[in-house]
Design a protein around this ligand. Sequence first.
Ligand code: PMP
Length: 432
Amino acid sequence: MSRIYDRSEQLFAEAKTLIPGGVNSPVRAFKSVGRNPVFIDRAEGAYLYDVDGNKYVDYVGSWGPMIVGHVHPEVSEALKAAIDRGTSYGAPTELESRLAKLVLEAFPAMDMVRMVNSGTEATMSALRLARGYTGRSKIVKFEGCYHGHADSLLIKAGSGALTLGVPTSPGVPANIANNTITAPYNDLETLKAIFAEAGDDIAAIIIEGVPGNMGVVPPAPGYLQGVRELTRQYGALMIVDEVMSGFRVDFGGAQTLYGVEPDLTCLGKIIGGGLPVGAYGGKAEIMEKVSPAGPIYQAGTLSGNPLAMTAGIITLEILKRPGTYAALDEKAAYLADGLAKAAEKAGVPVWTNRVGSMLTGFFTDKPVIDFASACTSDTAAFGTYFRAMLDRGVYLACSQFEAAFLSLAMTKEDLDFTIAAAEEAFQVVAAE
Ligand code: PMP
């Protein structure tokens, strides 16, 4: 294609000498799709603009947060005003209570919430709280679910019903990994077997509300309810990680959409409106154990930062307006349908999973219901598709195992532009 990426190439070459891999978060390096990343200059509405002047329809949305679109006028105006009042105080503000109220109103399972600075901090802190509250050490996580990079959660599955964790990363000590049990997602029977064996030692199950980190894989009907019952039966806590799904699949997240009431909920991404925020919350009885109300320690110099609270408050106020989620769902359904037809026309097998405005097209003809089935995808074909879409002005998540996110800023023209690009891109895949 005729697009030029020279400036991005120069900046990436320089960045690699300064920053490990040239990026501050690994996936941004585009490693799994066989090309170098584009460097972004600015964003507006549904679009990204790179440093070479190329324009893209943006389906990454900063990996989820930008659900109202980039540089939303209401968010920008509020942020500009906030800057002039000071960027950080390290002291309580009314803004923190305003955001807390919005969050608690949206998530009835939460009585109290604590703000942190990232999703990683939220899940890490929720685990400490679950362990402190129950006095137990082990946790259960699911294969293919990502909960940030805290040591206990960087564990991948082995085989067998009860597999003691094997760290995904060097640097995670074995005695920490040993306390993480991994289980296959959407498989209640294996989970029951795990609890039958180790139930009295398990502090909590942590599960993504709608997994998006193996690509989008919705919970099977009744699955979350089954997890809920099992945790109750054994006195373990159920932690729903809604860092991605919170305020995304519904204003009240996956727990509202699927009608399940967890003990603790983790949030991030959208609640910061594009600034660094995470949060964890739950029942008062449990949250009252968090310092300084209780003995379980957790803190943060920049937690509740006034700029981040401001962006979060305005973003949630926009999302709260009637019709928002119906509009997102309608856009996403239209896009998913157009993409599926484009793939079919080119004869490329694609299995699409979608929940509201998050979706993944897996390059496989098999139903994708868990991590193992997601792994049947042809990642080389995805790489070809990704590169062809990028060259046609569509910025997708640079891995098969990620979600595409829509924003309120996207118009029918943007979606039609994307579908037209996909028609060509699938032909490129078919020709390889
Ligand atoms: N949990 C989930 C479900 C996530 O998707 C992510 C990030 N993609 C995290 C936790 C970690 O959040 P952060 O990157 O803000 O630390």
